[in-house]
Design a protein around this ligand. Structure first.
Ligand SMILES: [Zn+2]
Length: 177
């Protein structure tokens, strides 16, 4: 970690420390997150569980919602930590979506307790994303910039494979009922 900028080392350290506040009596699975705002502030988050299990929230969203509620809108990086020694701490799908909304290209450090990490962006780890820019383009009729197989002249066959849509002889339009 020594090769990282000091602020990122601090971010990773603080995501580890944030685990100490995890409220997880049901899963006993501690998660910590730390978010670096555009003015250099670090905001921590932890998972918060509830006796009504489905109402809990992840550390990553906890940190982002805390930051947004304090007036922050732009983030440079996030670090995520768990106690799992053999796996990097990857965010769940819901958190990837929330992260994409506020920092599609921020650096996300998914760490292990020994402070090793892999670095990706929300754009890297959320495939076919739907965020503010995609919403704006869809509303305005523009074609979102995706990797080729979701634009308007392609179709997906029954196997889930994207194939170029060609009109076949004998294709007929289905009349509106
Ligand atoms: Zn999550």
């Amino acid at each position: 970690m020594d090769h990282l900028p000091e602020v990122i080392q601090e971010l990773i350290t603080k995501s580890n420390e944030a685990k100490n506040n995890a409220f997880c009596p049901y899963s006993n699975f501690r998660v910590g997150a730390a978010l670096l705002t555009d003015d250099g502030t670090i905001i921590q988050g932890c998972n918060v569980e509830n006796a009504s299990y489905t109402l809990g929230i992840c550390a990553e969203r906890c940190a982002i919602f805390k930051a947004v509620s304090e007036g922050y809108r732009h983030f440079k990086a996030m670090a995520i930590s768990t106690d799992v020694e053999k796996l990097y701490s990857t965010p769940c799908g819901a958190c990837r979506q929330i992260m994409y909304e506020f920092g599609s290209d921020m650096d996300v450090y998914m760490t292990r307790p020994d402070l090793t990490y892999i670095k990706k962006t929300p754009r890297d780890i959320l495939c076919y994303p739907f965020g503010p820019e995609e919403l704006r383009m869809l509303k305005s009729g523009e074609v979102p910039k995706v990797d080729g197989d979701l634009n308007d002249n392609k179709m997906v066959d029954g196997t889930g494979d994207a194939k170029a849509h060609k009109k076949h002889k004998g294709d007929t339009a289905i009349p509106a009922q």
